[in-house]
Design a protein around this ligand. Sequence first.
Ligand code: HEM
Length: 318
Amino acid sequence: MLNPPHHTRIRQSVGNIFPPDSLAGGKGSIERTAGRLLDHLEEELAYGPADFCALVSDQLPVITIGEWLRLPPADYSLLRSLTHDQVFTQELFPAPSQLALSDEATRELRQYFTALVQERRRNPGDDPVSSWLSIWDAHEPDRESADQAVFHLTLFMVLAALETTAHVLAGMVRLLLEHSRQLDWLRTRPEHIPGAIDEVLRYDAPIHMISRVAPKDTELAGVTVRRNEMVQLMVGAAHHDPRQYIDPEAFDIRRRGPHLSFGGGIHFCLGKALARLEAECLLTALLKRLPGLRLSGAPVWASRVAFRRLITLPVARA
Ligand code: HEM
């Protein structure tokens, strides 16, 4: 929601949060978490169908971000449910009841992350929140403003990271199970996993719309946009534009080419490398294990447009 120079200042304070060396260090931990979650899924599948979302795809992002920010594991499920409710505020036409849920979640998240920042003030450690505090202290003489900036940053990271990554993890499993020949092809060619993830991101972008406010009267694709008007950029539709993609409705993991799932320009996603790593670790493990996995029922989506969300993905073993 920010523009330069305010946005530039905040973005610079964060820097490159996931440089390749830190991600290489975190990879082992993500692999272990993915392995543990798949162990649990396998145990459940021994008794019959299980929900991939509840057991795996909703879990991996919150555990990954929770460990990175050093949040207590006991809080993970609360954070997941608050972020589910909070993002309604970014919907195109939110219902009053959805806005009420979002307001309540925002209030609780505000309390949670305000307390977290205060706690890291008292007990700084080797974690991103403590390091953002020391960066802001060096540039912001007023401590309260520094705390406020770090609060927003931490809250925003969690909101940006959970629903989006969960959707790509669930979406990739759904799409590959629905296209079993491509899944079999990928199983013997794991070097194509990154390309397959890009096709999942194109075919069903976790964020379908990006909002912008026009800074001045302008013309966009033949449409006049007045200063201060909001424009919704329909990423999901752009990804199915036949002028950009050959046969766009076909899911094809061998397709190559750019997509807009991580945005573009000055707001380009800061967590892209982490999200991709989670998807790669999970898909690599899944291809080696659970060869007989299949869909056992219809997936259920939340009725939202902006932030896509698969609520349940029933799977079973053949
Ligand atoms: C598949 C997963 C993800 C998707 C699809 C995604 C998508 C996006 C998109 C489309 C934007 C641009 C929004 C805009 O232009 O208004 C964005 C920005 C951002 N993302 Fe992600 N994201 C993902 C995961 C993550 C993760 C894991 C993190 C952090 C750990 C993260 C942190 C951010 C931040 C901080 C921004 C704001 C950057 C700015 O405004 O300068 N994202 N993301």
